[in-house]
Design a protein around this ligand. Structure first.
Ligand code: ASP
Ligand code: MG
Length: 477
């Protein structure tokens, strides 16, 4: 099916009855032209509330659990009543109660155990997506579109890393093809829950927070779709976060590499793992705004005619910098670095940027604040003897830092760019704590004090004339 379109709708795009109605409108219009698979997130804030409910359950707070369940039921029942004609409501209301009933059963188990195993969380938390898929599908049907609700666990096969699973592409291909092809051939629009999957032996898993984008790209890859459209609540990928830089502009086109770097370094439009499955078949992606569907959005493609210079700047405020310094020449710096990185890898901690310089082979790297605890535990464990014998200085942590990343394919081989970026930052009297640039020259990462991060972002955005360049490019055909 070479004209298949996969469309993913994020939480705000299905955040209310009104939003769901407009999603269903977008879907039915496209489905008239070509086969479509929809992938849907939970209604905005629902996943947060489900997870919070399970935490309350673990803490033994039965009242909070009940109150939250009430809120979840109310939100979805209200949407159901606003969306559907009276005769179509009762089966959907039953469906909502059933899904929440299953969630409640798991929450009750956690409440009794006083423990919240990751596997049970994964089994419970996709309730949010099941609920939104139920509503979207019901609205499509009520408007004469043949649609079917599909649980992602039926089509996406993953490893057993609960909470952050990775897809197994070949089994997923087999399952997704077997389940979805016949529907598409019969002219039915499958509406699939984002975020979740199941192991080979059927245990429910999730792909990590924000993982619905990833669900959609996995399905686009295995179904060999011609395009993937990711619908959010912003106009596309921008030169900077418009809350920090009011003047930021939408980029008409970016490469897979640029989009992946931007997502990884804090741009919120795409889940960082989204693009990987698409590279092999070079499936183009559009990032579009479901609140303004007529705007073109950003096209993400394998390569573009590069313009010189930097294209966008992102920032990550919630990071911490860890510094490790060997204090004697007994062990080589490389050995210590090797041990440290291996420990972080085993603990599943992501190293965001790493730099090393100086005679002593001291090195420092950034991790997410949320992973700092796990990182320190892993490092102190792995370097226990070295620390005890004084071969390594006590590990230092600075939590008051932020990371700024300047991204652009056209930075490669452009002399003077790094200099301009650093000058722009220092002109604001902001001190640069650490710098990292890989030899791909795609990204320059700069660490500054957190309270100066936004100012640094504005300085770099202005210096590199990112908005002007994006707007100029947007005007030339
Ligand atoms: N609902 C899930 C989350 O909030 C997945 C998603 O929205 O992509 O993490
Ligand atoms: Mg989301």
């Amino acid at each position: 099916m070479n004209d298949l379109l996969v469309m993913k709708f994020g939480g705000t795009s299905v955040g209310s009855a009104e939003r769901i109605a407009s999603v269903s409108q977008i879907l039915s219009e496209e489905a008239r032209r070509r086969p479509v698979v929809a992938v849907v997130s939970a209604m905005s804030k629902v996943t947060d509330l489900l997870l919070e409910t399970l935490r309350r359950a673990e803490a033994g707070d039965a009242d909070d659990v009940r109150a939250n369940l009430q809120r979840l039921e109310e939100r979805h029942l209200t949407a159901c009543r606003q969306l559907l004609p009276p005769h179509a409501q009762p089966p959907v209301e039953d469906g909502i109660r059933q899904i929440l009933g299953e969630f409640e059963r798991i929450a009750t188990g956690i409440l009794m155990l006083g423990e919240r195993p990751p596997r049970s969380v994964d089994e419970a938390v996709a309730a949010g997506e099941r609920l939104s898929v139920l509503l979207v599908t019901a609205h499509l049907k009520a408007n004469g579109v043949r649609a079917e609700a599909i649980n992602g666990a039926e089509v996406i096969v993953t490893d057993a890393v609960f909470g952050n699973a990775t897809p197994l592409m070949e089994p997923t291909r087999a399952k997704a093809q077997a389940r979805l092809r016949p529907l598409l051939e019969a002219g039915v629009l499958p509406v699939v829950t984002g975020f979740n999957g199941a192991t080979v032996d059927g245990k429910p898993t999730t792909l990590g927070r924000g993982g619905s984008d990833f669900s959609a790209s996995i399905l686009a890859a295995v179904l060999e779709a011609s395009e993937l459209w990711i619908w959010t609540d912003v106009d596309g990928i921008m030169t900077a976060d418009p809350r920090i830089v009011p003047d930021a502009a939408v980029l008409e086109e970016v490469t897979y590499n640029e989009a992946a770097e931007l997502a990884y370094n804090g741009a919120k439009v795409l889940h960082p793992r989204t693009l990987a499955p698409l590279i092999e078949r070079q499936i183009p992606v559009w990032s579009k705004n479901s609140f303004a569907p007529d705007k073109p959005g950003t096209r993400i493609v394998p390569r573009i005619q590069v313009s010189n210079g930097a294209r966008a700047v992102t920032s990550l405020p919630h990071v911490a910098m860890i510094s490790i310094e060997p204090s004697s020449g007994v062990l080589s710096g490389a050995q210590i670095m090797g041990k440290a990185l291996e420990a972080l890898g085993r603990a599943n901690v992501e190293v965001l940027a790493l730099t090393s310089s100086s005679y002593r082979q001291a090195f420092c790297f950034l991790v997410r604040e949320s992973e700092l605890g796990a990182a320190m535990e892993a490092l102190e464990d792995a370097l226990l003897l070295e620390l005890e014998h004084g071969y390594v200085r006590p590990i230092e942590v600075d939590e008051e830092v932020g990371l700024l990343a300047v991204v652009g394919e056209g930075m490669r081989g452009t002399p003077g760019l790094a200099g301009r970026i650093f000058t722009a930052i220092s002109r604001e009297r902001i001190n640069i704590i650490a710098i990292a640039q890989g030899s791909s020259e795609l990204t320059i990462a700069v660490v500054v004090r957190r309270d100066e991060l936004e100012k640094a972002v504005r300085a770099v955005h202005a210096e590199c004339r990112m908005a002007e360049q994006a707007r100029a490019r947007g005007r030339t055909p």
